[in-house]
Design a binder for this molecule. Sequence first.
Ligand SMILES: [Zn+2]
Length: 350
Amino acid sequence: MYHHEGEDVFVIDGHLHLWDASEENIKHQGGEEFIQCFYDYHATFTPEDRLWDMDEYRKYGADRMVEDLFGNGAVDMGILQPTHLHEFYKNGFNTVDDDAELVEQYPERFITNGRWDPRDGEAGLKELERQKEEYDVQGAKVYTAEWKGDSKGWRLDSPEAFEFLEKCAELGITNIHPHKGPTIRPLNRDAFDVGDVDDAASSFPNLNFIVEHVGLPRLDDFCWIGTQEPNVYGGLAVAAPFAQNRPEKFSEIMSELLWWLGEDKLLFGSDYALWNPDWLVETVMEAELTEEHKMEYGVEWSHEVKKKVMGENAAELYDIDIEAKKREFADDAIAQRFGLGDHYSGAAAD
Ligand SMILES: [Zn+2]
């Protein structure tokens, strides 16, 4: 938990990866370009004294991840977002099964989402059923710019995608997380365009669409869609680290989002290991909107708003009882490993 203004803030990191971009795992030049581009994003926004070197960045493993999130960072729970990229990586970049292993180890701390791709057809629908059956996934990450054979992407508003959305509704996989925003070399920017979320969200009012990266750089498009669709949310991965070295831009992004979508529709995410919660949580918690933006938008990045964005909104979507979790975390494996027991029991007594 992050201690802020005399109170503990329960942090759910809504966007995490456990990836493998080691040289042995790369099978296509795109895999090398992809991780190099990720590293550029990492270096662009990370404080200089917190930069990783490329080798540790390629493959960091579950143990380091757990230590970064819970030991060094103030994260309490995390949601894993798989990104398969089987065209680029022999065993995939970050698969549902990789994530599930971590959940199995720390079921009280991690949630994994599933993943689907409409170009997988019948086999993909079967695979989605398997993910539900084996891991009881409540959500799915979708990656519309992923390559498959000759195809360089797909649309969320296509009949094929609608079949998968129907399947999600049927299986109770209610939280759909499309990556909509920044492009990553060699993928195509246009295949990440946020426009196709509109029809999907209107057509499936019982599903929630948590648009990861809030459509950046098309923030305006995202806001104009999000404000109309009650089931569209914004995931702050990529927007969050602007708070570190582009504070005015962060203020602008947050002001737009709070003005259009409001404080109940935004979810914090680090996109670990792109950025590390061990500095990012504090940076975002301590960030402020500029006086100009406060005047212009009339919105606040206040303690109450932060509590929602940093944890309560994700808890709502994923049925997490924060108070019950705090009691549980006073004595779970993570609390024991990092000596956090007092921290949680103290908070529970408040
Ligand atoms: Zn991500």
